[in-house]
Design a protein around this ligand. Sequence first.
Ligand SMILES: Nc1ncnc2c1ncn2[C@@H]1O[C@H](COP(=O)(O)OP(=O)(O)OP(=O)(O)O)[C@@H](O)[C@H]1O
Ligand SMILES: [Mg+2]
Length: 163
Amino acid sequence: MIILENVTKSYTSSVVFDKFSLHVEHGEFLFVTGESGSGKSTLIKLLTKETDVTKGRILVDGKDLSKMKRREVPVYRRNLGIVFQDMKLLEDRTVFENLAFAREVIYGRRKDTSQRVASILPLLGLTRLHKRYPRQLSGGEKQKTVLARALMNDPAILLADVN
Ligand SMILES: Nc1ncnc2c1ncn2[C@@H]1O[C@H](COP(=O)(O)OP(=O)(O)OP(=O)(O)O)[C@@H](O)[C@H]1O
Ligand SMILES: [Mg+2]
């Protein structure tokens, strides 16, 4: 499902990956650990195509991310559930609205959005918190909200950048 082949990634002043290869099969869970600055977020940014490899290639379901056209990127990202390290919750929207928004940006306003939110909330024990704003949540509750949001659109791949 995910294949990295001899991936080299360098920023102007540092080399993060030097000929790094990795296979992740369908249904597999992969945990990546490493020191601060070791490249965990960079790996996720490569997979979301927020940044590109310097050398080597990344295949997701057989598709080479370097060869993907700009207009194909949003379509590709619909298959991804992403938990960002900095969370990126909308501060002026409640937990419920944050989850609903994740679906609306893709599918527009639909009748089944509330139903979908209501089915995801209990999975993470968030039902009683659904009217709260992010500032009214603990760190862990925020993380759960971000995870719930990532699950809203049934992603084929879930990428979580957590501390
Ligand atoms: N846009 C950028 N430009 C230049 N260097 C960068 C950029 N983003 C990250 N780096 C550098 O690349 C290296 C890997 O960063 P990355 O964010 O992937 O680390 P990380 O493993 O996620 O760290 P943390 O555990 O602190 O989140 C670090 O040395 C960082 O300073
Ligand atoms: Mg990081």
